[in-house]
Design a protein around this ligand. Structure first.
Ligand code: NDP
Length: 489
């Protein structure tokens, strides 16, 4: 719940038909705690919802259990067709979905139009196409043989973070449903709206009632769902702290998990890099979505020889970033998701100065409101500073210097996180050598933060377990059964 000043409208702008989507229809239970969806631009309440009570949770579980069996029996190609139709509907409704996402998160419409529902649609299309290719193996043992069945897990639970609400919902729904599972999705209470639209779209595309359900609520609802005996698997996108809690609760019952957690990724720029491309990567990897992206390359390591040229161009381009109304298609930086989150980010900025980092970006004039934070670049950051060790999740770039490759690899790896890394260099042999050495789930070479649906995405170390997207996700939404067939009768 946001603690800052909110403003009430007579009819909230984005009020859904009801809070939850269960068994193919909207459902309400006003006895659940109130959830306010707030536009961070101005504190306006855009929807009033209710968190799920145990009654709602049981309804969702019951409907998902019933629906999953029938859904799993459908021909995989038919499941795929439903997902591909949903992708088409999402694309047709992209602007409406983007406006909703911008109102709920504060992210610029220039981003949500291309990166949120659009990425969700790509994912639905990708797993829609893969559904028909799901297969087991056949292995001969002399005359006897074994065949394997790739079976769904059952009723899966998805829990989402607030930074990419519809994308996260779709990234979990698409592989889960393609494999014949049902999914119950709990969005972040901060951004509860767009998952409901995804539910409507899937229904319009022909998804049977109960296969995809949306249940609203805060962490307590997530926890109740995650420990429910009917849940076969939990996939969470969120912080390491929540991930540790949810994973241990799930693992206590030996339930598989996918954990997409935080990061403190390194973006390494060598002397021979294309300065413009490297600056673009660093801006994308620090200031897109006002820095609220898990895989951001927030530790920018500059080799000594490129430092001055890189910083000069970086500061020029950061100064040109347009901060303002996220509904304006020219805007680059909107507000953060909430005033509370803005205060957390501001505390990191104040702390970095105390620890001796230099803020090299001049102050910017910000629009009125409590959730705004300007893009900030710090130089002279050292490895031990809080800014170089903790995830800020805001528009704050830490610049560190290095001399040689060996040194930068060991410093890049000296973190508990392992979500991503980026390398900018024209020496591709070196780039591939580093890609092998960097401890991260994803490494970008001369690019940053590109996540096509066909590419497996996820972290190592404390950044997570399992993978979303790519064929790898299939392993995390199915279980393998071996059937041994004796030919001796
Ligand atoms: P949180 O960890 O605070 O919350 C994530 C989700 O978990 C929310 O829906 C939250 O509910 C729910 N939750 C909280 N406590 C529990 C619990 N005990 N049991 C079950 N569910 C619970 O993360 P944020 O929403 O603040 O998101 C930011 C974090 O997400 C960052 O660390 C970021 O790095 C990470 N992230 C990772 C990504 C990846 O793919 N690796 C992508 C995007 C973000 P509620 O918030 O409603 O209380």
């Amino acid at each position: 719940m946001q603690s800052y000043q909110t403003r009430e409208m007579a009819t909230p702008l984005c009020q859904p038909a009801a809070s939850h989507f269960i068994d193919g229809t909207f459902m309400e239970d006003k006895t659940g705690p109130e959830i306010l969806s707030v536009n961070p631009v101005n504190g306006e309440i855009i929807a009033r919802l209710h968190g799920a009570t145990s009654t709602m949770i049981e309804k969702a579980i019951g409907s998902a259990k019933r629906a999953q069996k029938e859904w799993a029996r459908k021909e995989p190609a038919e499941r795929g067709r439903v997902l591909r139709r949903a992708a088409d509907i999402m694309r047709a409704r992209n602007r409406e979905l983007s406006v909703l996402e911008t109102l709920d998160t504060g992210k610029p419409i220039s981003e949500t139009l291309v990166a949120d529902a659009a990425s969700g649609a790509d994912c639905l299309e990708y797993f829609g196409a893969i559904a028909a290719t799901l297969a087991g193996d056949s292995i001969q043992f002399g005359e006897n043989w074994v065949y394997t069945r790739r079976e769904p897990l059952g009723v899966c639970l998805g829990i989402g973070a607030w930074n990419y609400p519809i994308q996260i919902a779709a990234w979990k729904a698409a592989p889960a449903l393609a494999c014949g599972n049902a999914l119950i999705f709990k969005p972040s209470e901060i951004t509860p709206l767009s998952a409901l639209r995804l539910a409507e779209i899937l229904t319009e595309a022909g998804l049977p009632p109960g296969v995809f359900n949306v249940v609203q609520g805060a962490g307590d609802v997530g926890a109740e769902l995650a420990t429910h005996p009917a849940i076969a698997k939990v996939s969470l996108t969120g912080s390491v702290k929540t991930g540790a809690r949810v994973a241990s609760a799930a693992m206590a019952d030996i339930r598989p998990v996918t954990m997409e957690l935080g990061g403190k990724s390194a973006l390494i720029v060598f002397d021979d890099a294309d300065v413009e491309a490297a600056v673009s990567g660093a801006i994308l990897g620090n200031f897109y979505s006002a820095g609220q992206i898990c895989s951001n390359g927030t530790r920018v390591f500059l080799q000594r020889g490129i430092r001055e040229a890189f910083l000069a161009r970086l500061l020029e381009r950061v100064a040109a970033l347009k901060i303002g109304n996220p509904m304006d298609e020219e805007t680059d930086i909107g507000p953060l998701v909430s005033a509370d989150h803005r205060n957390r980010v501001a505390a990191y900025v104040a702390g970095a100065e105390v620890e001796g980092a230099y803020q090299v970006t001049p102050p910017r004039k910000l629009p009125p409101g409590d959730a705004w934070h300007e893009p900030v670049v710090f130089t002279n950051v050292t490895d031990w500073m809080t800014l170089a060790r903790e995830e800020v999740f805001g528009p704050v770039m830490a610049v560190l210097d290095f001399d040689d490759e060996e040194d930068v690899v060991s410093r890049a790896n000296a973190t508990d996180f392992g979500l991503a890394a980026g390398i900018f260099t024209r020496d591709l042999v070196r780039a591939h050598r580093l890609a092998a050495e960097l401890e991260a789930g994803t490494v970008w070479i001369n690019a940053y933060n590109l996540t096509p649906a066909g590419m497996a995405f996820g972290g190592i170390k404390r950044s997570g377990i399992g993978r979303e997207n790519g064929r790898a996700a299939i392993d995390h939404y199915t279980q393998l059964k071996s059937v041994f067939v004796s030919m001796q009768t």
